[in-house]
Design a protein around this ligand. Structure first.
Ligand SMILES: [Fe+2]
Length: 484
């Protein structure tokens, strides 16, 4: 394995005992290219052709205050498959904040857990005092990779093959773009939303396959909200107004504290995909980080996602002083997300709800060809109690309501595992789950492929990565035909 290393970025990060700056969350600072990765076991299938992209948070500078893992600088990792071979590269997203801090040789912005006065310069997004690190999510649209930030950043475009940052997506509105824009592979369209502290507080937008903004409309809500994800069907986009949002009284003093308003319903906005009148539906109060999929069925819109039983959990008592709150909000076993189905009846305006699985799981993936359409299979992840670390995968058959799982060995953690359809496949689950692993026992990382038809077999192919990567958030699969 021949590794080409790029010149180092400037760093001021110092060793610490921070729970999310050590172990599987140890930041990776080097950027490399590897043309021909070595296989550890199995063979790289000839029928996987495309790229897996993964965004992560890798802080380059010593934090000004209390580091939160969502503050780190965006780094995109790529493994590219073709002809039974695989290559790898990783690059920081060269955001405007990243460039400013390289020049200043230190942090210029505080983080999510810090008071706003730590920021030395105006920040970005709904919060307003954070750096847009473009580190949350990544999708591929109109032949380009698009990295995004959960607090609504500017949206950065990268060459999906070289990972070179090409600049800001030209169509992003003044209020930015949230993480989790949705690409409909059937039409080539990208749907997005943003949220802010000023009326109308929420917007929906659509960008065509031609990379031009076609729809941008307000979806007014009663005040600042914190939606994290959206969903779509063939004819509609689904935005949300969930009752976990910044405490309005504290927000007047510029303090950003999330409060769960148990007396308020969850509200869902059904927006015509090409814009138009919004219809609202109500449901039981909860918060949802991620949706799995949505589709139309008769008079109903079906939405699947992860219903949180305790959106604002008690701080972890055994955490390092000052970090109990953060540890609880990063621990799925504290906020308890469970696969759940909402049905919105367009004829009579009612909502029906149903729990699909009682297990704690989140970060779900599907065969993206079925996004917005009827589907049968979801692939979720499970986490280590107490930690934001993926320890295994669950495949749910939504038709039979049966599920199967594969759990990683102790001390080995996964990345989000998107579905890569096998070249020429027709069946929904005929393909591979692709994930990067962090092996804390051996201090190294690898890429694994699982046969999505039977994940219980474990990895069918293991490929060595050139360095130990850091844990992170979101990943995507883009087939060769998506790469322009
Ligand atoms: Fe997310």
């Amino acid at each position: 394995m021949s590794v080409r290393r790029l010149p180092s970025v400037l760093t001021s990060l110092e060793p610490s005992s921070h729970p999310y700056l050590n172990g599987a969350w140890t930041p990776l600072l080097e950027e490399v290219d590897v043309d021909d990765l070595q296989v550890i076991s199995g063979t790289i299938p000839e029928d996987i052709d495309g790229i897996y992209l993964r965004n992560t948070e890798n802080p380059v500078h010593q934090p000004l205050g209390r580091y939160h893992p969502f503050d780190g600088d965006g780094m995109v990792h790529q493994i590219a498959f073709s002809g039974g071979k695989a290559s790898y590269r990783n690059r920081f997203v060269r955001t405007r904040g990243f460039a400013a801090e390289q020049e200043a040789q230190g942090s210029l912005w505080g983080g999510l857990a810090d008071p706003v006065h730590l920021a030395k310069r105006p920040g970005w997004g709904a919060h307003g005092a954070l750096k847009d690190s473009s580190s949350t999510d990544i999708v591929v649209h109109a032949g380009k990779a698009l990295s995004t930030f959960y607090q609504c950043g500017e949206g950065y475009r990268l060459d999906p093959l070289t990972l070179e940052t090409e600049g800001l997506a030209p169509w992003v509105p003044i209020d930015g773009i949230s993480a989790h824009p949705k690409v409909d592979e059937a039409t080539g369209e990208l749907m997005f939303f943003n949220y802010s502290k000023h009326p109308p507080y929420l917007h929906y937008g659509l960008v065509g396959a031609d990379d031009r903004l076609k729809v941008y409309q307000p979806v007014p809500v009663a005040g600042p909200r914190l939606p994290h994800d959206m969903a779509f069907t063939e004819h509609y986009a689904i935005l949300n107004d969930l009752p976990a949002f910044w405490d309005a009284n504290l927000l007047e003093r510029n303090i950003h504290a999330v409060r769960f308003h148990e007396g308020l319903p969850s509200r869902f906005a059904i927006v015509p995909r090409m814009g138009g009148e919004v219809r609202w539906f109500e449901a039981a109060p909860t918060y949802v980080l991620h949706w799995l999929n949505a589709y139309e069925e008769g008079d109903e819109i079906v939405l699947d996602g992860y219903f949180q039983e305790d959106p604002t959990p008690e701080p972890h008592a055994d955490a390092q002083p000052g970090y109990g709150h953060m540890m609880a909000y990063l621990d799925e076993h504290s906020f308890k997300p469970k696969l759940h189905r909402w049905r919105f009846n367009l004829k009579d305006g009612t909502t029906r709800e149903e729990r699909l699985d009682e297990r704690i799981m989140e970060f779900g993936m599907i065969n993206a060809r079925h996004a917005g359409r009827p589907y049968r299979y979801g692939y979720s992840t499970v986490t280590k109690p107490g930690w934001f670390l993926f320890t295994g995968f669950v495949k749910t058959d939504l038709l039979t309501r049966q599920s199967t799982s594969y759990m990683l060995p102790e001390g080995v953690y996964a990345s989000e595992a998107p579905f890569a359809p096998r070249v020429g496949s027709l069946d929904e689950d005929d393909g591979y789950l692709v994930s990067f692993l962090i092996d804390e026992n051996q201090g190294r990382s690898e890429c694994v492929l699982l046969d999505a038809r039977d994940i219980t077999k474990g990895p069918i192919c293991r490929i060595a990565l050139p360095h130990k990567i850091s844990s992170g958030t979101h990943a995507v699969w883009a087939g060769r035909d998506m790469l322009g």
